[in-house]
Design a protein around this ligand. Structure first.
Ligand SMILES: [Zn+2]
Length: 675
């Protein structure tokens, strides 16, 4: 008997501790213990409950894993309806609402607003009785919703129990959502399993919450923000919305941190404007700002009209999604010969901009999303990025849609198209393909490359069509007369072009290496290459071994560099660049080489003097690199206390192993050297 009392006490201790750490982790985002320690607590509780099933309570943290599937959801009557909000789509509509509220409150009385982000998820109501979550329901039609308690229990940021001083019975309201990252992960998994993809995080959240099998819901990374209290019994509640949010936080609920209290409507406008500009930075989707009158007394006075409260309004963000039709799928041939498909759309306005095209990346992507020619699709624009297609609206298919297939021949030059092993892109095999040549020229003059001001895409196109340039070297042999022969070229712009071309001869080596347009050599790789080779000639002479001994230059890049310099055409271009006076070597050897440059370190085990992160930072400052895998490129393995399997691997590869003392000595020597 005494024994069971002890077990019961331990079970309660464990539950309290797990609830506390859940709260730190999921609500405050600031855990105090490691995942492993947390797992241990959970495991102990599970074992005790398995041995004593009579001790299991519905609010035990073990019950989040998801109960058995339900046949269908029961109906929950909402004691106090969940109203919907009036929308405002413009500043004028917001002002009109403000005037109405001011008048209804009799003019002269000042009042405050609380602004919150409108999270794009699924509205739910959670009821707590005697300290425990008893019911979780969807909003439904506002008067009755579906009972999804079992599913909501699996959402880690929903407390299953609340502190003792909470009202005996109360209801909170919130928005269940899926973060952008969670949404992407979920869709990636579904794509791998060949399941249909969710169109957006809201659909995914709604689909997850309404799963008949709570075990599936439990696997979805759902989260919640609580934004208000529906009703409460047996306790006086705060007199303002702002204080209510504070109170909810004190009860352990997760409240969105981006709330603000304002006195004037122009501040509200500013808050809205700020989030229109910065919504991309949020880790979840928000589709507007909810503005509420702060005072609860004023809220009561204002009351509702129909299903909508007069004291709140949703001031929406401009839409970034719209639906339109895919008229056709076109293909651009890139500078590396890649065939880049894009959708030709029926023009549609998205977030105030008319879009006609959307990126489609590659054939696999088109088939993964199941986009067909003729489909009605959802398109979305995010910031400055090229619009993309979220997915087709399957229910609007007529059966006449056509499945897209990559052509077997280049649409520009007619050469054979191949899809290299392990690559997503199809490529034109003709090195002399005019489309590729033009794209290479456009790349060469572009901002991150040779940055030839005044020679934009249009001029490149015109020069290319007129036969005045066939490759990048031709740019440096353009004459005033040739430029004059082009239509619409004024004297002044010709001088501009010629002087920009002249100036570009002095670009740093890394820019030149990037501008050449070697497949897989982006800006960063070009930078890295010039740390090891002081001229284009040296790079061109490098062997496969030399190239792949450079950290982060894999065999794919090495092969591509070799192939580039192996082509006679490219050799000729480089010779003509040299003759024109384009600088093909680094300024001079670096004035002071950092002491650990070219060395790669792997740290294993625990160091006494500093954390691994600090040690890695020290290596970096001195010019070295810290990586996590032991390879034959590793220069040193630093072995602290209790080293792992990396030590064995380093021994097997005959890599120099440093103890902490030796490592410190090496660092100190390097510091002295660099001073
Ligand atoms: Zn081609």
């Amino acid at each position: 008997m005494e024994d069971i009392a002890r077990v019961k006490r331990r079970v309660e201790e464990l539950r309290a501790s797990i609830n506390y750490h859940n709260y730190r982790y999921y609500v405050l985002d600031s855990p105090e213990i490691s995942d492993a320690e947390y797992d241990e607590l959970m495991l102990e509780l599970k074992r005790l409950e398995e041995a004593h099933p009579e001790l299991i309570t519905p609010d035990s943290p073990t019950q989040r894993v998801g109960a058995a599937p339900v046949e269908a959801f029961g109906i929950v009557q909402h004691p106090l309806p969940l109203l919907s909000l009036t929308n405002a789509f413009s500043g004028e509509e917001l002002s009109a609402w403000h005037r109405r509220v001011t008048n209804l409150l009799g003019g002269g009385r000042g009042f405050d607003f609380v602004c919150e982000l409108k999270i794009d998820g699924l509205a739910v109501a959670l009821t707590y009785a005697n300290g425990s979550l008893t019911t979780g329901a969807t909003r439904g039609d506002g008067y009755q919703g579906e009972n999804i308690t079992q599913n909501l229990r699996t959402v880690r940021s929903i407390p299953l129990s609340v502190p003792k001083d909470a009202p005996p019975r109360f209801e909170v309201r919130g928005e269940v959502y899926l973060s952008k990252a969670g949404f992407k992960k979920l869709n990636d998994e579904r794509a791998r399993e060949g399941l249909p993809l969710f169109a957006n995080p809201r659909n995914a959240a709604a689909g997850s919450v309404r799963q008949l099998d709570p075990r599936i819901t439990a696997q979805r990374p759902l989260d919640i923000f609580i934004y208000g209290m529906g009703w409460a019994e047996g306790k006086a509640l705060p007199s303002s919305h702002w204080e209510t949010l504070e109170y909810l936080k004190s009860l352990g609920f997760k409240v969105n941190p981006n709330v603000a209290l304002y006195h004037t409507i122009s501040e509200v406008e500013k808050y809205h404007r700020n989030w229109v500009e910065n919504r991309e930075s949020l880790p979840y989707e928000a589709d507007g700002v909810v503005v509420k009158v702060n005072s609860v007394a004023f809220q009561r006075e204002l009351g509702n009209v129909g299903h909508e409260p007069r004291w709140a309004i949703a001031y929406k963000f401009p839409a970034i999604q719209a639906t339109t039709r895919v008229l056709d799928i076109g293909i651009n041939v890139g500078r590396t010969g890649s065939l880049n498909p894009y959708a030709i759309l029926e023009p549609v306005k998205v977030g105030g901009v008319t879009i006609k095209h959307a990126a489609l990346h590659n054939e696999e992507d088109i088939h993964r999303k199941d986009i067909r020619i003729g489909d009605v699709v959802t398109v979305q624009r995010a910031g400055e990025v090229i619009p993309e297609i979220v997915g087709p609206i399957i229910s609007r298919r007529t059966g006449k849609e056509k499945v897209f297939a990559m052509p077997g021949h280049c649409p520009v030059c007619g050469a054979e198209v191949i899809k290299p092993e392990g690559e997503a892109m199809h490529r034109c095999t003709n090195a002399a393909c005019p489309a590729q040549a033009l794209e290479r020229i456009k790349h060469f003059v572009s901002r991150g490359a040779m940055d030839i001001d005044g020679v934009g895409e249009k001029l490149c196109q015109a020069l290319f069509s007129a036969g005045l340039i066939k490759d990048v070297a031709d740019l440096y042999y353009l004459t005033r007369e040739q430029l004059l022969s082009l239509e619409r070229m004024a004297e002044k712009s010709i001088s501009n072009v010629l002087s920009s071309v002249e100036k570009s001869k002095e670009r740093p080596l890394a820019r030149v290496a990037f501008a050449l347009g070697i497949l897989h050599v982006g800006e960063e790789t070009a930078e890295l290459l010039t740390e090891h080779f002081s001229s284009i000639d040296e790079l061109a002479r490098a062997s496969r071994e030399e190239l792949s001994s450079i950290p982060s230059i894999g065999p794919k890049i090495a092969d591509s560099i070799l192939a580039f310099f192996g082509q006679g055409r490219n050799k000729r271009i480089i010779e003509r660049l040299r003759k024109a006076g384009v600088k093909l070597a680094a300024e001079e050897a670096k004035a002071r080489e950092l002491p650990l440059a070219g060395l790669e370190f792997v740290i294993t085990g625990r160091l006494e003097a500093f954390t691994r992160h600090e040690a890695e930072a020290r290596i970096k400052v001195l010019g070295g690199r810290a990586t996590s895998d032991v390879t034959r490129r590793t220069s040193y393995l630093v072995a602290g206390a209790a080293p792992g399997f990396k030590l064995d691997r380093a021994r097997a590869l005959d890599i120099k192993i440093l103890g902490e003392a030796e490592f410190l000595e090496l660092l100190n020597r390097a510091v002295v050297e660099s001073e």
